[in-house]
Write a protein that binds this ligand. Structure first.
Ligand code: S3P
Length: 430
């Protein structure tokens, strides 16, 4: 339980945003399936990414964790070994789904399982197409729910239209396709984060994109190459919101990843007329920059369509932002929120109602009327890191005490969240 109470706080100073979770996972995976030593800097040592390291170690990959770098001794796809233990993916959907794609091409048996949240998340979106490619997969509900066992091997050529816009699903099929002798073609309904495609090119491979179509060939040799992980814009989103909704605030967020498939939150801040400025500091394949943001007078807006995959993880904090915007904010086309670490439509609406927010759930999102004065509440992260951080930011603008049950889950993506928050708050913390 975390007790928070603030007196007119303002946020001032700088934050070095911790490493991007999606890119950190992929740096370990591509380091492992390439040949030679890969050095990763900026890696996020959050619980989810540590689960990925643990799974690859169980498949015989040597990974050394140093203070500020990770060293991976890559042996190629063919160097992965049959694990003698269950691969435990903790709370991480990305580890679970991408690993299934890798294991689909591996001629050995393995079992994947995770925590109680993973046990409820649908895996058939990944396991059904992987079975069609030739992998032998079983699990609860015919391979939909963990624990899942998989025996991979030779994979067939595959053309597949994704039923949902999901980068985890797309990436799992790409990773399987990389182990097939033939061509794999994947069509996505909306463009989703493209870190996997960028990693392929970074490690010397090739992958083509033609509109919504992705084409990848198997048997590509990957060569180890150092990876620099930029800061996670999904983590920065909590501080962008915190600064915008508190009075007399001015924050500088440094080292933020600016991949355009991830910057939907910046589009929303613009639509809401927030006072912020983005300066790009490097134009690598994964661009990076800094964002200066000040207290803002916000306007409501509509969020849906192709914007949704570009901000899917930011919707809990955007909902809080909308409680402080003038007018009605509508978030739609976001049914995927129901199958995240928690059902995030229910979690956001029910938890923010406890603070007095004017918010309603819809079939595919939520409607928020603002601005509202929030009051203290006893809230619950429900074991979901992004709900936990959203509640902590809500505490900044709530009159009275806020209790957050189960705040520990925040370490999944942002272990230093409360330290960073303490460092930029200027107020009488009572
Ligand atoms: C991720 C993709 C998204 C996102 C998740 C990370 C990834 O999930 O919500 O936090 O790293 O590929 P979906 O692909 O299921 O939408």
């Amino acid at each position: 339980m975390k007790n928070l109470q603030f007196e007119s706080p303002s946020l001032k100073g700088e934050i070095n945003v911790p490493g991007d979770k999606s890119i950190s996972h992929r740096s370990i995976m591509f380091g492992a399936i390439s040949h030679g030593e890969t050095r990763v800097t900026g890696f996020l040592k959050g619980d989810d990414c540590l689960s990925t390291i643990d799974c690859f170690r169980k498949m015989g990959v040597q990974i050394i964790e140093k203070e500020d770098e990770i060293l991976i001794e890559g042996k190629g796809f063919e160097g992965l070994q049959e694990p003698s233990e269950v691969l435990y993916t903790g709370n991480s959907g990305t580890t679970t789904r991408l690993l299934l794609g890798i294991l689909a091409g591996q001629p050995f048996h393995s079992v994947i399982t995770g925590d109680e949240s993973i046990a409820k998340r649908p895996m058939n979106r990944v396991t059904a197409p992987l079975k069609q490619m030739g992998a032998v997969i079983d699990g609860r509900e015919d391979g939909n729910l963990t624990p899942i066992s998989i025996r991979g091997g030779k994979l067939k050529s595959f053309h597949y239209k994704l039923p949902v816009a999901s980068a985890q699903l797309k990436s799992a099929l790409i990773l399987a396709g990389l182990q097939s002798d033939e061509e794999t073609v994947i069509v996505e309904p909306e463009k989703t984060r493209d870190h996997t495609e960028k990693m392929i090119r970074h490690f010397g491979g090739s992958i083509q994109r033609d509109g919504q179509k992705i084409i990848v060939n198997g048997n590509q040799p990957f060569t180890a190459k150092d990876v620099h992980v930029p800061g996670d814009i999904s983590s920065a989103a909590f501080f962008l919101t915190a600064a915008a909704i508190t009075k007399n605030s001015s924050l500088l967020l440094k080292g933020v990843g600016l991949n355009e498939t991830r910057t939907g939150i910046l589009d929303v801040l613009k639509k809401m007329e927030a006072d912020f400025e983005v300066t790009q500091t490097n134009a690598d394949e994964e661009p990076e920059g800094q964002i200066k943001i000040n207290s803002s007078i916000l306007k409501s807006c509509e969020i849906g369509g192709e914007l949704i995959p570009r901000l899917i993880d930011e919707i809990p904090i955007i909902a809080l932002l909308a409680t402080q915007a003038n007018g009605q904010t509508v978030i739609k086309d976001a049914e995927e929120l129901k199958v995240k670490e928690t059902n995030r439509i229910d979690a956001v609406v029910e938890e923010l109602k406890k603070f007095g927010a004017d918010i309603h759930a819809t079939e595919d999102g939520m409607i928020i009327n603002g601005p509202t004065l929030l009051h203290g509440a006893e809230a619950d992260s429900r074991g979901d890191h992004r709900i936990g951080m959203m509640l902590a930011v809500a505490a900044l603008i709530s009159k009275g005490q806020v209790k957050i049950n189960n705040p520990e889950c925040i370490s999944v993506s942002y272990p230093s969240f409360f330290n960073d928050l303490d460092a930029v708050i200027h107020q009488n913390n009572v």
